[in-house]
Write a protein that binds this ligand. Structure first.
Ligand SMILES: [Zn+2]
Length: 253
């Protein structure tokens, strides 16, 4: 276990999505979100550990031109890191919950880091279809990063404080992050395993998930982990969870 107070969790502003119409409806395949509107934050996170820094997700790209009015990028990730006293190329590890554009949008900033990634996710991010998409412009530099391919749970620093867990189904190699903070206690950053608090309550599966059964199995597995740990779950796109987090340069420890 890491020394008390030595691990810090910073929440960065990676933009916002205003989901209406089809974009809202597709967040659940049972029609529950038809006609609803959601303001969804797109945070990303920096974990500072005595043995190095881990970037978890990378927000929305500030340079995409095809997203339209529903997506608003946040302030530059490099400037938010600079407020913490860090440059992107000083960060030792990068891990994305998954490759979607609102989680990988500044991924290319971290090509000097070791990229911790499920091999199926990495393959999907660089398949022929992805290579045609504008999203790849923003993370494409990761293709040459040192990759640490993981197909099981992974203890990043070997002390149990920062653990990446497999939770496939939204995408083929979707991941979540468990942190064991000294003061704040255990925290789970759930990527897009759930999009909203009510999605978690009702086990709702988005229309565009790659595998429904696998998603439900991941929900079961991660819920068991959360109860075992007594972890606080941060649903990354849930506004209430985002609001409850101190924003960089403030942090949880
Ligand atoms: Zn997302």
């Amino acid at each position: 276990m890491a020394e008390a107070g030595k691990i810090r969790l910073y929440t960065l502003d990676g933009g916002q999505v205003h989901a209406t119409g089809t974009d809202a409806t597709e967040l659940s395949d049972d029609g529950a979100y038809a006609g609803r509107t959601f303001d969804m934050p797109v945070p990303c996170f920096l974990v500072r550990h005595p043995d190095g820094d881990l970037m978890w997700d990378s927000g929305m790209s500030p340079t995409r031109t095809d997203l339209g009015e529903w997506a608003t990028p946040g302030p530059s990730i490099a400037s938010q890191l600079s407020d913490i006293g860090l440059k992107p190329d000083e960060i030792r590890f990068v891990a994305l919950s998954h490759g979607h554009w609102d989680h990988s949008g500044n991924g290319g900033l971290f090509s000097a880091a070791t990229w911790i990634v499920n091999p199926l996710e990495r393959a999907a991010m660089f398949d022929d279809e992805s290579r045609q998409s504008q999203a790849m412009d923003d993370y494409g530099a990761l293709e040459t990063a040192d990759a640490l391919l993981i197909d099981d749970d992974h203890d990043v620093f070997g002390d149990g404080a920062v653990v990446i867990a497999q939770a496939p189904g939204h995408t083929p190699g979707h991941l979540v992050l468990l942190l064991r903070l000294a003061e704040a206690g255990p925290i789970l950053l759930s990527g897009d395993l759930w999009h909203l608090a009510e999605s978690r309550r009702h086990r709702r599966v988005p229309v565009y998930n790659t595998d429904r059964q696998q998603t439900l199995a991941s929900m079961d597995r991660i819920e068991a982990l959360v109860s075992r740990e007594g972890a606080r779950v941060i649903i990354q796109h849930e506004l209430a969870d985002y609001h409850a987090m101190p924003k960089a340069p403030s942090y949880l420890d």
